[in-house]
Design a protein around this ligand. Structure first.
Ligand code: ACO
Length: 430
């Protein structure tokens, strides 16, 4: 960050010089930290469309160009050449690991995949029909009751242990939420498998049968994890940062992120998108749904379309589309009706003025559900898989904030439009 020039703000006859900074990439920012103390005014930005809430060195998005970089590396290169645990290392520590560093990291994560056995009883307290996201919010929050030795956020060692624990245990937590949801026995992690293969096994193996992980599916799973690993200051990440700003323990903060991710405007969109493709059913019904999406009086939106930051194709969607083709072909599913509807819907929407003028393009969730369904996951598992993948992003951002000497409790202000001072009226007089 370099000092650039200043911005002049005129309020009536008063002039205020506000410092400006040029970041390493992206638009310049105006520093308004002293605005209230010096001018007595707030800024107004619901939805934070023009507000940088922190400085960060982790992820950069150029929404105009459709670029996503993790520590400077483009997401398409990482998706093609790297793998999830290497990307985790990169996000957490800032550089790609050397061979021995990667080996150590993989072994560390692999050796923390089991959950405290007492947590089994915690799962059993949920109703069978609980959504796996509901279980995940509860179980991750409850980790603070099981792992007391990694909740002191002032201790760098405890922060490190909490980070590794969450990355390592999240596949077990998500897979067990699924197993509980469908009434099957929990499958314990297997340390000889890769991160992605282990997750598939914990989801799909049953004690009565041998289960061999299909390496093609493990690779596709790993790519889905990689594509969702981090995405700078989105709603769930900002939730984690805000929760953490008060000094809350790491497990509570990540549980808050999972809760925020659940919404259909964010991580819940992959489930909503697949349900939409199912509802559309066949390509001849697409125009009807496009018309509904364009109708201001109809709340229907094309799920998996549009993004707050990308005003160009989401680079993750490109890789995801390619992956959907590959996985379905390898599984011998070449006539998947949902994939056909998705491709035709994308084609028609992209050639429609409404979508081009509003710069609405497919996002990462448009094709991910098709791959996950082909792998055998029910829609209720789509968002838990997103949460599992994003955990490393949340943790990296959480650590970065705690290590930043400038960090303070997050406390937005408001534009108050309610009643002003008035006297209480007794109930009999109202
Ligand atoms: N279908 C139809 N119209 C849309 C869509 C859509 N998917 N998305 C945005 N629009 C329209 C809005 O109606 C609005 O129109 P207007 O200007 O006439 O009022 C305009 O485009 C701008 O939309 P906003 O909602 O103001 O944009 P915002 O940046 O607040 O929202 C969001 C972004 C939430 C992602 C939105 O595009 C959306 O709801 N998409 C569908 C849900 C989805 O796919 N979410 C996943 C996001 S990616 C992720 O979290 C992993």
């Amino acid at each position: 960050m370099t000092d650039r020039t200043t911005a002049t703000l005129r309020i009536g006859s008063k002039e205020l010089e506000l410092p400006m900074f040029s970041p390493a990439a992206g638009p310049d920012v105006i520093d308004i930290r002293k605005l209230y103390s010096e001018a007595g005014v707030f800024t107004y930005d619901p939805g934070y469309t023009s507000t940088a809430s922190c400085d960060s060195t982790i992820t950069f998005i150029d929404g105009e160009e459709g670029i996503l970089l993790h520590r400077g590396y483009p997401i398409d290169q990482l998706a093609e050449k790297s793998h999830y645990l290497e990307v985790c290392y990169l996000l957490l520590y800032g550089e790609l690991p050397t061979g021995p560093q990667l080996e150590d990291f993989q072994s560390l994560v692999t050796n923390h995949t089991m959950l405290h056995e007492q947590m089994l009883y915690f799962y059993r307290g949920f109703r069978r029909d609980a959504h796996p996201m509901a279980i995940m919010v509860g179980v991750v929050g409850a980790m603070s009751a099981f792992y007391h030795d990694s909740t002191d956020i002032r201790d760098p060692w405890q922060r490190e242990v909490a980070s590794i624990r969450m990355i390592a245990k999240m596949p077990t937590i998500a897979a067990w939420a699924y197993k509980y949801h469908i009434g099957q026995p929990f499958v314990y992690p297997c340390n000889s498998l890769t991160y992605a293969a282990n997750f598939l096994r914990m989801c799909f193996a049953v004690p009565a049968d041998d289960y061999v992980v299909n390496p093609i599916l493990a690779r596709a799973m790993d790519r889905i994890f990689t594509l969702h690993a981090d995405h700078e200051q989105n709603a769930s990440t900002s939730t984690v940062r805000l929760a953490s700003s008060s000094g809350a323990n790491p497990f509570a903060c990540i549980a808050a992120g999972i809760a925020s991710l659940w919404g259909p405007a964010h991580g819940g969109a992959n489930q909503a998108c697949l349900e939409m493709l199912e509802q559309i059913g066949s390509t001849d019904r697409i125009p009807e749904f496009i018309d509904r999406a364009k109708d201001r009086d109809d709340p229907f939106r094309l799920m998996g379309f549009g993004h707050r930051v990308y005003k160009n194709v989401d680079p993750r969607a490109k890789v995801m589309k390619q992956s959907a083709d590959e996985v379905l072909e390898l599984l011998g599913i070449d006539d998947n009706p949902k994939l056909q509807v998705a491709k035709e819907l994308e084609r028609q929407a992209l050639s429609d003025k409404y979508f081009s003028e509003k710069r609405l393009f497919p996002n990462v969730d448009f094709y991910s559900g098709i791959i996950l369904e082909a792998m055998g996951f029910p829609t209720s598992m789509f968002t838990p898989i997103f949460a599992l993948s994003r955990t490393v992003g949340w943790i990296s951002q959480w650590k970065e904030q705690l290590e930043d000497p400038k960090h303070r409790i997050g406390r937005p202000r408001q534009l108050y439009e309610g009643e002003t001072l008035r006297d209480y009226v007794n109930v009999e007089d109202r």
